[in-house]
Design a protein around this ligand. Structure first.
Ligand code: SAM
Length: 234
């Protein structure tokens, strides 16, 4: 059975789209999406030998060799231009996902949708999207096995003009997640808040250098934003 996390990713693939799942590991996501009839074709990309073999084996076990092409290579280099309509990258840090997109930019020209599931640092993905002609069209947050995951869905487009403060909030929290303000969202940011407060406390005790001062300033700004979102009275 597919994890809830990957099911959310799968549910955001438009029906009939050709998919590239980058960093596919066991290729569970493309196998599921083909089996339930969401997609007719997928590329499963893996850069590491072990996971590449796991993906190959899984596709053979499921008898999906005709529909899923398992390829070994770094990031988007495994796809040729115009081969897919949609790219999913799940289960990695936001910075790694961003670098895969950045390094494979020319392959994105004909891609219509990105579905990204960062384990940490969704902010770096939102930053990259907004600077590269992509806009978020949906976001989801979910908890599974005591971990909280975010799924970001983007299509090409230009961002609306918004006040700087609002932009900063949306980059950190996600425009859709901010509006939904769900229980899982509150749980995630309450934990982040406690973590940042703990770090700030330690910095208060550290030597007062230019570096600690700027770190403290940055943390205080982030803490203020979270307190505002969680409606914590000071
Ligand atoms: N996408 C699956 C999921 O969400 O369950 C697997 C996630 S697994 C934690 C991350 C996978 O990404 C690893 O198998 C790793 O080998 C692969 N990976 C990391 N960097 C990559 C890159 N630049 N190109 C292709 N695959 C990469």
């Amino acid at each position: 059975k597919l994890s809830q996390r990957l099911e959310v990713v799968a549910n955001n693939i438009p029906k009939g789209f050709r998919l590239a799942d980058i960093g596919s590991d066991h290729a569970y996501l493309p196998c599921y999406a083909v089996k339930v009839g969401i997609i007719p074709f997928a590329v499963a990309g893996e850069v590491v030998e072990g996971p590449y073999h796991s993906a190959k084996r899984q596709v053979e076990i499921e008898g999906l060799q005709e529909q899923i092409s398992v390829r070994k290579g770094n990031g988007l280099e495994v796809i040729s231009s115009e081969e897919v309509d949609c790219i999913s990258i799940a289960g990695m840090g936001g910075a790694l996902i961003t670098s895969i997109l950045e390094d494979g930019k020319e392959k994105l020209e004909t891609v219509k949708r990105l579905i990204l599931q960062p384990n940490i640092s969704a902010i770096s993905i939102r930053n990259w999207l907004s600077q590269n002609g992509w806009v978020l069209i949906a976001e989801e947050i979910l908890e599974e096995d005591n971990k909280i995951y975010e799924v970001l869905v983007a299509e090409k487009g230009n961002p609306l003009n918004k006040p700087e403060k609002e932009l900063q909030m949306e980059l950190l929290f996600g425009p859709f997640l901010l509006k939904q303000n769900s229980a899982v969202f509150k749980k995630k940011w309450s934990a982040e808040l406690r973590n940042w407060q703990r770090i700030l406390n330690q910095l208060e005790k550290a030597a007062d250098t230019e570096e600690t001062r700027s770190k403290k300033h940055e943390l205080i700004e982030k803490i203020k934003m979270v307190e505002e979102v969680l409606e914590i009275e000071k």
